[in-house]
Design a protein around this ligand. Structure first.
Ligand code: PLP
Length: 431
């Protein structure tokens, strides 16, 4: 595969941008080789600067549930841009996207738009602390909630991929308010509450963890946390930045039948443009300025291009049996990968919820960060490179999800399984 142009661009990028990238995992450090610079995409395919085409399972890390350059999304953005790119004043588009979100997620009575998932979680914690008049929060090891100070404690995603300790530059005095429990360990959360009586403002989690690879909640875990937070006067905060409108129209909260107090959204609701949102119970959200004293603002928040892309995406998800279609394609892919691994004699654990999945290179069940981190990262790197060589673009890290979109065809899925059948024996030989 010719990668001359990407290599030249990467060399130039490294002169100008830290590590040559705008977000760390894009640099391919965990899997070796240089990143491919992408010049265009459509449907399930991305094309790099050298003209190589790939079937893409990154989907911009989750937003592109409709696939790349979906005609309705492109048209909505073009029409919005022609009417002006930003006004710094309210628009009907925000009202429409808020209508769609609150109709899909009954727990969200009021919603505030921001520009990223990071802003959403950061702001949700601020309002949770103001509402409870408490400082401490509980998060889970391996869950990623963006890069805000105080949430970069035992975080997943790039922090896990690069094996970074908690980030320098975060004052210990911030991080000390963040208490950490293992995912799926309700007893550990009970112990933290007992040791910090009346001090926990909220518990934040990914209701399906997807930033240490995909790790589903075990039966009773979410229910137990709901009961515990209610009993202790703490807020239960779902970070649905990945799972919202991915795990179903009602998100993970709809799938598992849990009502959180606050919900953070991003990714899919922006249709590939920079959007985040947080929302929840009216009595909590009423604390936000201008209704209340909790300050949070944004020059480009509710941006008309971003709102238009989000509206077009959610409307497309409302029409027809889209989640059934995603489930069928995703099940076929996960089953095909597992069978290919068995045939090649490579021990793997496949975790999947809906259209998000991870093939962990470990023989252990993966239920938390401790078990996820038993995965053989070097084996994943060999698998990743062998797949890339055959035109399949997976996440350049063991600890991320593969996302299936509505643009993936059964033929794409078959081609991917066949590529894995050829790639997996190489993973074993090299180990
Ligand atoms: C991606 C992600 C974030 C951060 O969103 P950004 O838009 O990257 O700031 C927060 N929480 C979860 C669960 C995410 O997957």
């Amino acid at each position: 595969m010719n990668t001359e142009r990407s290599a030249a661009l990467f060399a130039e990028a490294q002169r100008l941008l830290p590590g040559g990238v705008s977000s760390p995992v894009r640099a391919f450090r965990a899997v070796g080789g240089g990143p491919h610079f992408i010049s265009r995409a459509a449907g399930s395919r991305i094309v790099d600067a050298d003209g190589n085409e790939f079937i893409d399972y990154v989907g911009s890390w989750g937003p592109l549930i409709l696939g790349h350059a979906h005609p309705q999304v492109v048209a909505a953005v073009q029409e919005a841009a022609a009417r002006g790119t930003s006004y710094g004043a309210p628009t009907e588009l925000e009202v429409e996207l808020a209508r769609l979100i609150t109709a899909a997620l009954p727990s969200v009575e009021l919603v505030r738009f921001v520009n990223s998932g990071t802003e959403a979680t950061m702001s949700a914690l601020r309002v949770a602390r103001a509402f409870t008049v408490r400082d401490k929060i509980i998060k889970f090891e391996g869950c990623y909630h963006g890069h805000a100070d105080g949430l970069l404690v035992k975080a997943g995603s790039g922090v896990a991929t690069l094996g970074l300790p908690d980030s320098p530059g975060v004052p210990a005095s911030y991080a000390q308010h963040t208490l950490v429990a293992p995912y799926n360990d309700l007893a550990a959360v009970e112990r933290i509450f007992a040791a910090n009586p009346g001090q926990i403002a909220g518990v934040i989690l990914e209701p399906v963890a997807a930033n240490m690879g995909v790790v589903p909640p075990q039966p009773g875990f979410l229910e137990g946390l709901r009961r515990l937070t209610r009993d202790q006067g703490a807020l239960f905060i779902f970070d649905e930045v990945i799972t919202g409108f991915r795990m179903g129209w009602g998100g993970a909260q709809g799938l598992y039948g849990i009502t959180p107090d606050l919900t953070c959204l991003g990714k899919v609701i922006g249709g590939g443009l920079p959007v985040g949102a947080y929302g929840g119970r009216r009595d909590i959200m009423e604390l936000i300025a201008p209704l209340g004293p909790v300050y949070q603002a944004g020059t480009l928040s509710g941006n008309p291009l971003a709102m238009s892309a989000g509206i077009a995406t959610l409307r497309a998800l409302q029409s027809g049996a889209v989640y059934e279609q995603l489930e069928g394609l995703s099940a076929r892919l996960a089953d095909g990968l597992a069978a290919a691994a068995r045939a090649a004699g490579v021990p793997v654990t496949g975790n999947r919820v809906g259209s998000a999945m991870t093939l962990f290179f470990t023989d252990r069940p993966v239920t938390d960060w401790a078990s996820a981190s038993t995965a053989d990262r070097a084996a994943y790197g060999r698998f990743f490179r062998a797949m890339l060589e055959q035109g399949i673009y997976l996440a350049p890290s063991q600890f991320e999800a593969a996302f299936v979109s509505l643009a993936h065809t059964p033929a794409d899925i078959e081609a991917t399984v066949q590529a894995a059948e050829r790639a997996l024996p190489q993973v074993r030989v090299a180990s």
